[in-house]
Design a protein around this ligand. Structure first.
Ligand SMILES: O=P(O)(O)O[C@@H]1[C@@H](OP(=O)(O)O)[C@H](OP(=O)(O)O)[C@H](O)[C@H](OP(=O)(O)O)[C@H]1OP(=O)(O)O
Ligand SMILES: Nc1ncnc2c1ncn2[C@@H]1O[C@H](COP(=O)(O)OP(=O)(O)OP(=O)(O)O)[C@@H](O)[C@H]1O
Ligand SMILES: [Zn+2]
Length: 453
């Protein structure tokens, strides 16, 4: 960690976005080392702000066993170092290092974090602001390339349009450990069912039209359909940036009708606005550019095969949470809370087998589940620019429809390790999602369709 950011540097960092766990800042100063970079700063739940003394250990004893074969990971002295090591040593070999940017942890002072938090206060979405704050006890943050621009730094005249996609889980589980009453999980995506629950809870004004199975299908036509659906209901699954600035979607990722950038339902207006803004990248008549852009994004996903790899990693979740939760209890050496509440002897027998697995087998299953969980929650950023040299070493796409060639780069972001102590949460959330769907989901589904007519 060569540099330290202090309170004098805070003015050069502006709000770029945030998720549940991190605040991301863009650099607007003139240091050549930092131009084209973003800083990913940890947040904590306001309800869980801890003192230095209470601070939880980075890895519990059990987690040290799960990740024990990656010594650098379990020996990490900060969350940022752990994130970098996890992205580079665990996710990168699975997803291809060409699509991974582990970033560099750098030191930040408490005064820097306090100033930045104050400066970005008004730009933060109210519901994020209410729930989380910058972790002032962090001594470091992760410096990464800004993947919403094509080349970091020098090439000021570069034109770049980038998309950010959060694909979520792109397969239907088929584990025999899925309980009979939850069999619907094998035919309806978790994303769809979760959308209906979110709709019921008032978090979104309509269920998303996007289907992860299409995006991760490997079929050009279905990928195209998925991207078109993301335009209708982007939520936190889709954003577009022009030269690093958001031009479509929401920074806070929630329902666009509640938090303005563009309203998802005014597709005519959005279409016009986007058509206008992407003309720097896509040539052609007004009215045709958006379709060409959708074709470009779909083609990049299809040809790069980047999501095929992501899907394979997601599928490391072989047993589904309904099987893995039992194995988790083997690891923490506690009585299984799920078996305790099982009624019929047939199920008891079915899950008994999972409790006979060895410690090493259990470690592997839980570890694969956690890796898959990261792959189900990460995002992909793809940046495009008009091709500058035909002998460019960059990946490129030629579109016959617009007779243009584009360079592109694809990077995964948010490849953080999921904590082991989230397993019970995963189980409970899964059960809430599926039981809501089986009890009232179909009704909600019909109501949502009726409302949108
Ligand atoms: O459980 P899910 O599928 O709702 O995923 C959570 C995401 O919700 P969403 O994609 O909006 O449905 C959620 O995203 P939002 O905060 O809703 O934007 C987070 O990504 C969360 O991960 P973490 O707790 O920040 O590490 C995600 O939690 P994980 O399940 O990936 O741990
Ligand atoms: N390297 C990057 N380049 C450009 N923008 C980025 C980069 N990393 C993150 N962002 C922006 O910041 C937002 C939040 O980042 P990130 O997804 O890492 O946060 P998070 O809190 O870990 O998310 P989650 O809620 O999924 O856990 C992203 O949605 C993206 O718009
Ligand atoms: Zn059990």
């Amino acid at each position: 960690m060569a540099i330290t950011l202090t309170s004098d540097d805070a003015k050069d960092w502006i709000y770029k976005g945030e998720g549940g766990a991190n605040l991301v800042l863009g650099y607007c100063g003139s240091s050549p080392f930092l131009v084209g970079k973003v800083l990913r700063v940890h947040k904590v739940l306001r309800s869980e702000v801890q003192s230095v003394i209470e601070r939880k250990r980075l890895f519990s004893e059990c987690e040290q066993l799960v990740w024990g074969d990656i010594p650098q990971l379990v020996k990490s002295t900060s969350k940022e170092i752990a994130e970098q090591v996890f992205a580079v040593q665990v996710m990168s070999p699975l997803l291809d290092s060409k699509h991974i940017d582990g970033g560099v942890p750098i030191f930040v002072t408490k005064e820097f974090l306090e100033s930045v938090e104050k400066n970005v206060h008004t730009q933060r979405p109210p519901w994020r602001l209410h729930a989380t704050e910058v972790d002032l006890l962090s001594h470091s943050a992760l410096l990464m390339s800004d993947h919403s621009v094509f080349s970091s730094g020098s090439l000021k005249d570069d034109v770049c349009v980038a998309v950010e996609i959060k694909p979520k889980c792109g397969f239907l589980p088929s584990s025999k450990f899925i309980a009979k009453q939850n069999a619907v999980k094998k035919s309806v995506t978790r994303f769809r069912m979760h959308q209906l629950l979110k709709f019921h809870q008032g978090e979104i004004s309509q269920p998303s039209e996007y289907n992860p199975l299409d995006l991760l299908s490997g079929s050009r036509e279905q990928i195209n359909q998925a991207i078109a659906a993301l335009f209708s209901t982007p939520y936190n699954n889709f954003r577009i940036f022009l030269n690093g600035s958001l031009i479509f979607g929401n920074l806070d990722g929630s329902d666009s009708s509640k938090n303005t950038v563009y309203s998802a339902n005014q597709s005519g207006e959005i279409g016009a606005s986007i058509e206008d803004q992407i003309k720097v990248l896509i040539q052609g008549e007004f009215g045709f550019r958006l379709a060409t852009f959708i074709e470009l994004v779909s083609e990049a996903i299809f040809r790069s095969g980047v999501l095929d790899r992501l899907l394979a990693v997601q599928k490391l979740d072989v047993f589904d949470i309904e099987g893995t939760i039992h194995v988790y209890y083997n690891l923490i050496s506690e009585p299984c809370m799920v078996c305790k509440n099982l009624g019929d002897s047939e199920s008891v027998q079915k899950y008994y087998w999972l409790h006979t697995l060895s410690f090493e087998e259990s470690l592997k299953i839980v570890r694969d589940f956690l890796i898959a969980a990261t792959a189900k929650d990460c995002s992909l950023m793809i940046s495009f620019r008009p091709q500058q040299k035909s002998d460019s070493s960059q990946d490129f796409i030629h579109l016959e429809s617009s007779k243009q060639t584009f360079d592109y780069k694809a990077y995964f972001i948010d490849l953080d390790m999921k904590p082991l102590d989230k397993m019970v949460h995963y189980y409970k959330l899964d059960q809430s999602i599926v039981s809501f769907y089986t009890q009232c989901g179909i009704q909600v589904n019909n109501d949502a369709v009726a409302e949108s007519l």
